[in-house]
Ligand binder design. Structure first.
Ligand code: GDD
Ligand code: MN
Length: 353
């Protein structure tokens, strides 16, 4: 009984994502259906939220300044009361930059989303771009993102990410998820965005009321709300950014990000009904994969363990296979991600961080 249950849960746990991946691979071959305009040059406001980014901020400002014509570019650094001199470095940089840079200093740290909304109130661009301080853009990333925003059907554009630093597992994980984000975007829209580069049409951003302050994944949730209102939110494969993966506290970082995504999907599920057709399937699949599917894995392990304890050799063999497969990297990467999602769900019960 428990043996069959264990197998059924395992089949569900691995079958659904494999099936989704097969569908996504077909989407990857689709055309974008977007009319790009490489000459579109709207005024852009780049918002850089910072908390203790002294190590990164100067290089990041340089990187942003080189990404777009300076007369069309406005940068707002919004600092959440850093204690390492981030704001001072940004101010100094602003003095001699020849770029319009405002540095907003908050009196205390109130979280990234609140800072983004404050900066949004000051931003005058037609396009508003979030740029995490601990990331970098490829030189053409912003221009390529903007070219897509020229299409009236597109409301928001984000990047594919290349990880720098951290354990090697991060790279395997990234390649897979980048492909998935692009596939979903080609299908119509993706519900997962990246704070390293998240470009929004200002009007679309205002229509959804700015950035939500009650959940962590402000970028993803905002993009999803925009898609729910009928404009595409896409991760484009030619828009590349580099993210810094922390060497220290890697597990805690992965769990925190998983917490954010869980909060985002939990909030998005009740809105599923309103989703435009092609987006509904994507949003439902991703919500299932983040909220439910990891627990199928846990359930399978539990059922097989009960069965093995009762003397079932096939159950023991299935468990042994599950452990042995950890030597196979994609499987290990997958299993690790499930563990992070479960740890994050549990942690979400106590803290929202
Ligand atoms: N003003 C302000 N106030 N900025 C903050 C605060 C704050 O309280 N906390 C963090 N920041 C800044 C950081 O300095 C950085 O520039 C940016 O916000 C993102 O913070 P990280 O600490 O680097 O977050 P992360 O890398 O774990 O997560 C990022 O990526 C996720 C997935 O793409 C964030 O952008 C998440 O919002 C995003 O969901
Ligand atoms: Mn970061």
């Amino acid at each position: 009984m428990f043996f069959e249950l264990g197998l059924a849960l395992a089949a569900l746990h691995f079958g659904v994502p494999l099936g989704y991946y097969a569908v996504a691979k077909r989407w990857l071959r689709k055309d974008w259906g977007i009319k790009e305009d490489g000459g579109y040059r709207p005024k852009i406001s780049v918002i850089i939220p910072t908390y203790n980014e002294a190590e990164h901020i100067a290089q990041r400002l340089e990187n942003v300044a080189q990404s777009y014509p300076r007369d069309k570019l406005e940068v707002v650094v919004v600092d959440g009361a850093s204690t390492d001199g981030t704001a001072e470095i940004a101010e100094k940089w602003a003095e001699k930059a020849g770029v319009d840079v405002k540095v907003v200093r908050e009196e205390r740290r109130e979280g990234k989303a609140k800072s983004l909304n404050r900066a949004l109130g000051l931003a005058t661009g037609e396009v508003v771009v979030i740029a995490d301080a601990d990331a970098l853009w490829a030189p053409d990333a912003l221009r390529r993102a903007v070219a897509k925003l020229a299409d009236p059907s597109v409301g928001a554009v984000s990047c594919v990410k290349r990880p720098i630093g951290g354990p090697g597992i991060e790279e395997g994980y990234r390649g897979f998820y980048n492909a998935l984000r692009v596939a979903e975007s080609k299908a119509w829209s993706t519900p997962i965005f990246h704070g390293e580069l998240a470009a929004f049409k200002r009007e679309a951003l205002e229509a959804v009321g700015g950035f939500p302050t009650d959940i962590g994944a402000d970028d993803s949730h905002t993009a999803t709300l925009i898609a729910l209102r009928g404009l595409r939110a896409i991760v484009a494969d030619d828009v590349l950014c580099v993210e810094t993966v922390p060497e220290e506290g890697y597990h805690a970082w992965r769990i925190r990000r998983a917490q954010h995504l869980i909060q985002h999907f939990a909030k998005a599920v009740p809105l599923l009904r309103k989703a435009p057709r092609p987006f509904r399937a994507v949003l439902a699949a991703e919500a299932y994969l983040h909220l439910v599917n990891p627990w199928m894995f846990a359930g399978a392990v539990a059922a097989l363990t009960v069965s093995a304890a009762a003397g079932s050799w096939p159950a023991l063999a299935a468990l042994a296979l599950g452990v042995a497969l950890l030597a196979y990297k994609p499987y290990k990467t997958w299993a690790t991600a499930q563990a992070y999602l479960m740890a994050a769900a549990v942690k979400n019960l106590r803290t929202k961080e």
